[in-house]
Design a protein around this ligand. Structure first.
Ligand code: NAP
Length: 320
């Protein structure tokens, strides 16, 4: 009997078709709605491979319900949605899709930074509402990006790509990681800083660390309190790294100047989230890697990891 694959979202047929030729592929029939929990729990019972996305919680309950499962192929670089300990215990391979999305996500991070600093969404919104009365000397004024100081928390693949873009804007780049990156420092002049020192010094903070027990709540009331009143915070990594209640108060009370968020503690972000009431917050629906080429590339990597595993080869981008 052919091995069974369950895909939790409707993927592009051109990528799924080669899997269908060899395996028994079952795929959730919606691109925009996630497979309900009961469907996921039912489907994994017979699945040899699971193709998941970042919105799926592949926790202990799911992994324990899947006696035949050999691989979870997660279509994302982050894997905070998967219980790696349980996967490891049960000998289930977990893979992700790094590199292919690095430049795309860095472009979005930099775009969100500019949009937030220059109040682009707010300005467009007033124009569309017919509230653009006249050119105004101090109307829509924001913060300069060119020549400003940028601080990157989580200077990995995407963080470095953002930092390289910043060089083209004559920005001085500070970064904070658990480990230093001497090659990047030597090649581009990026400067290492401890977290508190970075927060105190820079004009823009961009978060690009993974969500882990260590980074959860890493930017809270104390950390926001260290930032300049003119500073802008950008989170393109994962919700949960920034304490949203503390961020709301910091923005409302003018402790920091603005924030740009592509990710939230709860996604889709509930419309009653107080952050959405603030004019100095620019929000996006988790679109960091959303270009046609990159999403197809992520699909190809996800499909290939399943193909390799089910045919007995070592898959690329293995996490456990
Ligand atoms: P990466 O290459 O693994 O980089 C992550 C960096 O974070 C590493 O340099 C790591 O350095 C640092 N880090 C880890 N733990 C840290 C801690 N406790 N304190 C400070 N720094 C820490 O990953 P990537 O490919 O750049 O992706 C980064 C993240 O972006 C992903 O995990 C994902 O959640 C997010 N992402 C979001 C989108 C989106 O659509 N919004 C798209 C792609 C990725 P050390 O190990 O030296 O600390």
């Amino acid at each position: 009997m052919a091995a069974r694959i369950f895909i939790t979202r409707k993927m592009e047929e051109q990528v799924v078709a080669p899997l269908r030729e060899k395996f028994d592929v079952r795929m959730w029939d919606s691109e925009s709605e996630k497979a309900p929990r009961d469907v996921l729990l039912r489907e994994v019972v017979e699945a040899d491979a699971l193709w998941s996305v970042t919105a799926d919680s592949i926790d202990q309950e799911v992994l324990m319900a899947a006696p035949k499962l050999k691989i979870v192929s997660n279509m994302a670089v982050g894997y905070n949605n998967i219980d790696l300990e349980v996967a490891k215990e049960r000998g289930i391979i977990v893979t992700n899709t790094p590199d292919v999305l690095t430049n795309t996500t860095a472009d979005l991070a930099f775009g969100l930074l500019i949009a937030t600093a220059r109040r682009l969404m707010e300005a467009e919104d007033t124009l569309r509402k017919g509230q653009w009365t006249s050119w105004s000397p101090m109307g829509y004024t924001g913060m300069d990006v060119g020549g400003a100081k940028l601080g990157i928390i989580g200077m990995g693949r995407i963080g470095e790509a953002v930092a390289r873009r910043a060089k083209g804007f004559d920005m001085r780049v500070l970064y904070h990681n658990r480990s230093r990156k001497p090659e990047a420092e030597a090649a581009y002049g990026f400067e290492y800083a401890e977290l508190d020192a970075l927060l105190k010094e820079v004009d823009f903070v961009v978060i690009l660390a993974p969500l882990t027990p260590e980074t959860k709540g890493m930017i809270g009331e104390r950390e926001l309190g260290l930032m300049k009143k003119t500073a802008v915070l950008i989170n393109v990594a994962r919700g949960g790294i920034v304490d949203e209640t503390a961020l709301y108060h910091a923005l409302k009370e003018g402790q920091i100047w603005a924030a740009g968020l592509d990710v939230f503690e709860k996604e889709p972000v509930p419309l009653d989230n107080p952050l959405l009431t603030l004019p100095n917050v620019t929000v996006l629906p988790h679109i960091g890697s959303a270009t046609i080429k990159t999403r197809l590339g992520m699909m190809e990597l996800s499909a290939q990891a399943i193909l390799d595993t089910l045919e007995g080869r070592e898959p690329k981008n293995r996490i456990v």
